[in-house]
Design a protein around this ligand. Structure first.
Ligand code: BDP
Length: 702
């Protein structure tokens, strides 16, 4: 009977896709396992979950195992206090080590003992992370015998930074409005806060800064502190500490003092008392994140003091409570003759060793600003006596908002794996950030969150992977971008082997494709405006370093920013080994070429093409590769939930249109300088420069 296979397929589909997946469950889907053999094996192994501790964190770990394994196997698994005599199950065991450091409290071991799966840790959080590790294993349908493992986070503070404002907007947020409903809090506590915490805990994130670095002093009022406390009350049960971004001028704006000078005794007293008040309301409060003297924010320099003076004042207030100050190094002045690339190093390197013990200086991965591709910040390695934290951006400010599919793990890995050579070969950024190179007492990796009120959390369904990859790498930076892509795909989209390979392949290539049609060969685009539309012609702003022409430096001779000794000499901020790799235009790797060199249009590159032709090649192949992404994605259709598949299909169609937009904008604009034709093998742009400009203006219209 020919109709049988079709009928079976329809039944299978109706079981799997009984209701469309709205993406809310993220990577914690716990889909029922289709293979009866795997299901039966798991059902046999997991007869109970034994847990003697009844604290909130361990209770949540046990509940998660119960929900997850229950949904995957279709079996109710009881949570018990003592291990039953018969049967097999899971035991959560506090190993009671006496030297519990934050890192060892988060570490866990999973072993097999007498038929039971035993998760051991010196701390409650370790049991929680071990439970999620077990669930990850089972979600990939792997054999129970293979679950034996030990894991220890490489970095102590693994945090999200939310750029959320009190009125519910998110700076650079593309997935709806803020998750935090400030007007309802603290009386109404949205159950979604717990799901947010679960998701974070499942990937090892243990801290969250709930408000924007361009901070409103409102968050330091008693009224708002109680709202923040309600959130902290939820997060704490998942091992997550809550932090606040603070407005440096709060003593003046909120406290009514005449100054916010960090060396003024009244100001110091104000912060001491405010901090005491905070800990009275949120006893496990994590600390302060500070953006000071940056992009118009107030700071210690307003009073002739240094960043260290400012940070140390706050550190003193927090120290009795073991709180930390995370002080951002994202600073640059409006100097028309300066190179913004050098600014953070110029201001901070000299302050090495001047910060209090509970201060971390948080550095963006690149020297400028979260560009699609940037060399690593030269600050890494140059402050051996100051813990440097890493700041990555998950929200896609410069990588296509929630429309373009860009898997960011390669951006994170590229930076972490870069060798600074500060202590000789092998002095990678990762080893600086994880403290192993300089023995930092504190270590921190932060991700600027890409979450919002959209039902699927991140707007673009595939952007969930960036949140996921960030957490996994913050825990263990040795994981590969590929392994994380495969893991995320299996947990979130499908366990169908071919589809997993297809989707993770798109993910891995997506960033390089984006760079090719957006900012190839080391172009950058941190100009003001939308940060979405192409505006390489933008030449007017209140500050020279907020124009496009400041960065690309296109002229009749060539393109790119000369940062060698004949130019701004930013390269001097790197060690000779790094400098040597980049300072010669003949040998500089093409991805970094225009970051460091002003290259003549007709200069022959290592690719064999002249600069102009190479640019055209990148823009055209980059845009065409989006067609490849579409084709691959279509090929995976039957293995992916239809709602999610359709959503991504729509976004890819838009991405293709906008890839052409970027390509045409750059090419037509740069052509006014290069005066060279688009190589004959490519079709000429169908629009004129004026037409592109018009379409961009429509986009920017208020
Ligand atoms: C830039 C953003 C701006 C942020 C700033 C920062 O455009 O909205 O406030 O970084 O990191 O990328 O402080």
């Amino acid at each position: 009977m020919k109709t049988w296979p079709l009928l079976c397929l329809l039944i299978a589909l109706s079981v799997t896709y009984a209701s469309a997946d709205d993406g809310y469950r993220l990577w914690l889907r716990y889909e029922r396992i289709a293979d009866p053999a795997v299901r039966a094996a798991y059902a046999k192994t997991f007869g109970f979950i034994a847990v003697s501790d009844s604290g909130d964190i361990v209770h949540n770990a046990a509940r998660e195992l119960q929900t997850g394994i229950g949904a995957m196997t279709g079996k109710h698994i009881p949570i018990v206090k003592t291990v039953p005599k018969n049967g097999r199950g899971i035991r959560l065991s506090l190993s009671g080590a006496s030297d519990v450091t934050p890192v060892s409290a988060d570490s866990y071991a999973i072993s097999l003992e007498g038929g039971n799966v035993v998760i051991k840790s010196a701390g409650n959080t370790g049991l929680l992370y071990g439970s999620f590790a077990l669930l990850r294993h089972l979600q990939q349908h792997l054999p129970v015998e293979k679950v034996v493992t030990q894991s220890k986070p490489k970095v102590q503070l693994r945090m999200l930074n939310h750029w959320d404002n009190p009125e519910g907007t998110i700076e650079r947020g593309y997935a709806g409005s803020s998750l935090w409903k400030w007007y309802e809090l603290p009386e109404t506590v949205d159950p979604r806060y717990a799901d947010y915490a679960r998701a974070n805990a499942s990937i090892g994130i243990n801290g969250t800064v709930v408000n924007n670095v361009n901070a409103s002093a409102r968050f330091l009022t008693a009224e708002y502190l109680h709202k923040v406390a309600a959130l902290a009350g939820v997060f704490r049960k998942y091992g997550i500490k809550t932090y606040l971004s603070v407005h440096f001028a709060a003593p003046k704006t909120l406290g009514g003092l005449k100054t916010s000078d960090p060396l003024d005794p009244e100001v110091r007293k104000w912060w001491t008392e405010k901090t005491k008040e905070i800990y009275g309301i949120i006893p496990d409060f994590g600390g302060f994140l500070v953006k000071a003297n940056s992009e118009g924010e107030p700071g210690p320099q307003d009073y002739g003091r240094t960043h260290a003076d400012g940070a140390n004042m706050l550190a003193e207030a927090l120290a009795p409570f073991h709180g930390v100050v995370i002080w951002r190094a994202f600073v640059y002045k409006a100097d028309p003759n300066a190179d913004r690339f050098k600014a953070a190093y110029d201001e901070f390197a000299a302050l090495d060793g001047k910060f209090a013990r509970n201060v971390i200086v948080q550095v963006k991965n690149g020297p400028i600003d979260f560009q699609p591709r940037e060399p690593f910040s030269p600050l890494f390695g140059n402050m051996p006596r100051t813990p440097l934290g890493m700041e990555f951006q998950l929200t896609q400010e410069y990588t296509g908002f929630a429309t373009h599919w860009v898997y960011e793990a390669p951006i994170f890995k590229e930076c972490l794996d870069s060798d600074t050579y500060v202590n000789g070969k092998g002095s990678t950024v990762a080893r600086i950030v994880d403290g192993s190179l300089h023995n930092y007492p504190l270590t921190c990796v932060a991700g600027v969150a890409n979450t919002g009120s959209d039902r699927n959390w991140t707007g673009h369904p595939m952007a969930q992977a960036n949140w996921y990859a960030f957490g996994r790498l913050a825990w263990d930076h040795t994981l590969s971008a590929q392994a994380i892509a495969r893991e995320w795909t299996q947990l979130t989209l499908t366990t169908h082997a071919k589809a997993v390979a297809t989707v993770s392949d798109i993910m891995l290539r997506s960033r390089a494709i984006y760079v090719d049609y957006n900012t190839p060969l080391g172009l950058s685009r941190p100009w003001t405006g939308s940060h979405y539309a192409p505006e390489p012609w933008q030449n007017r702003s209140s500050r020279p370093d907020w124009t496009a022409i400041y960065y690309h430096r296109a002229d009749s001779l060539g393109l790119g920013f000369d940062r060698t000794a004949s130019g701004s000499n930013a390269l001097e901020q790197y060690r000779p080994e790094v400098r040597r790799a980049w300072e010669n235009a003949e040998t500089c790797p093409l991805p970094y070429l225009l970051w460091f060199h002003h290259v003549p249009w007709s200069k022959k590159l290592s690719s064999g093409r002249i600069l102009w032709d190479e640019l055209c090649h990148r823009f055209y192949t980059g845009a065409d590769s989006v067609l490849w992404m579409q084709k691959q994605w279509d090929g995976a259709q039957t293995a992916i939930d239809p709602a999610i598949h359709a959503d991504v299909t729509g976004r890819l169609a838009k991405q293709y249109k906008e890839a052409l937009w970027w390509r045409d904008a750059w090419i037509l604009y740069l052509q006014t300088f290069s005066k060279q034709p688009v190589p004959a093998i490519y079709p000429k742009p169908e629009r004129t420069l004026e037409e592109v400009k018009k379409s961009v203006n429509v986009y920017l219209m208020r």
